[in-house]
Design a protein around this ligand. Structure first.
Ligand SMILES: C[S@@+](CC[C@H](N)C(=O)[O-])C[C@H]1O[C@@H](n2cnc3c(N)ncnc32)[C@H](O)[C@@H]1O
Length: 292
């Protein structure tokens, strides 16, 4: 007779309980235990064995490799989040004005550290940014510390421009940074239409931008797409030979597809990804076309 799935744990529990009770009676007869313990032994052993037997069904169904991957992913997230405090602390001594890194919109602390490291390597004369905020104040502050350089930042939300300008003024950095309202408009780029920044006529000179920060427009403009795609096609002519393109939110599929599409038609460019809370992708031209 085959046991049904439901009765198997009960039968296993009863068998184990009876066996344990029987052993207790035998031990009692041999003078090794109190035979009256047989009943409590049965009452304890039977349900435990039934429960363990039943649990095996669920354990058998768990996809252990998948569970391990999930645990790994959560551990990495916790690790990166833990690194935020250290990242922010490492910037705290550099800049006098306090900055709120790491909310849903702003650069995360570890991305800010990577950005500052790139600036120290590059010593950019001109930084251009699409998508203003905490990053604008951070870059302006770092430029002031370096003793030269300016940032021009474009932002579509007028209120957000004012907010960023207020912080720049409070930090005494208005001379170093210009934040300009650039309303979004429909633009055709590489055969597709995008809602992207309407840039002013008086843009910086071609070849003058050493660092381009791509952190806008927000993903909500095109949730399933790559709303930031126009940045490189439309601004590339402004970049110097040694320019770096700094892409935030590099963990998102939209940003990854955007970067891959950029590189597909630009063999001279190379990418580097940095493991930060939101993912960072850094692009630059290979030195002499051969790579670093
Ligand atoms: C990813 S955010 C840009 C963040 C900016 N680079 C920074 O580090 O703070 C993209 C856009 O979201 C909008 N935004 C930024 N912070 C916001 C906030 N706290 N609340 C609502 N919108 C915000 C702005 O329009 C901004 O250009």
């Amino acid at each position: 007779m085959r046991m049904s799935r439901a009765s198997a744990p009960i039968i296993a529990g009863l068998s184990a309980g009876l066996a344990a009770a029987g052993l207790t009676v035998i031990a009692g007869l041999a003078g090794l235990a109190d035979p009256r313990l047989a009943v409590p032994v049965f009452a304890v052993v039977a349900p435990i064995v039934a429960a363990v037997w039943d649990a095996r069904r669920f354990v058998g169904r768990v996809d252990i490799p998948r569970l391990e991957r999930r645990i790994d992913a959560v551990a990495r997230k916790v690790d990166r989040q833990g690194g935020q405090a250290i990242a922010v602390a490492s910037l705290a001594g550099r800049h006098e004005y306090p900055l709120r890194f790491g909310n849903a919109w702003a650069l995360s602390g570890d991305t800010a550290v990577v950005l500052v490291q790139e600036m120290l390597r590059l010593r950019p004369r001109l930084v251009m940014e699409v998508g203003s905020g905490v990053s604008t104040v951070l870059v302006a502050s770092e430029l002031e510390r370096l003793g030269s350089g300016r940032i021009v930042s474009f932002e579509h939300e007028p209120d957000w421009v004012l907010d960023t300008q207020r912080h720049l003024a409070a930090a005494g950095l208005s001379e170093v940074a210009t934040v300009t309202v650039a309303p979004l408009s429909v633009q055709q780029v590489d055969g597709r239409s995008y809602q992207w920044y309407t840039l002013p006529a008086d843009m910086p000179a071609p070849g003058s931008v050493d660092l381009l920060i791509v952190d806008g427009p927000p993903q909500s403009v095109d949730v399933a797409g790559s709303p930031r795609y126009p940045a490189l096609p439309l601004l590339e002519h402004l970049l110097s030979e040694r320019a770096v393109v700094f892409v935030d939110d590099g963990d998102r599929r939209g940003e990854q597809q955007m970067v891959d599409a950029w590189l597909a038609t630009r063999p001279a460019w190379t990418k580097r990804t940095v493991d930060t809370v939101k993912g960072t992708i850094i692009l630059e031209r290979r030195a002499g076309g051969l790579g670093r």
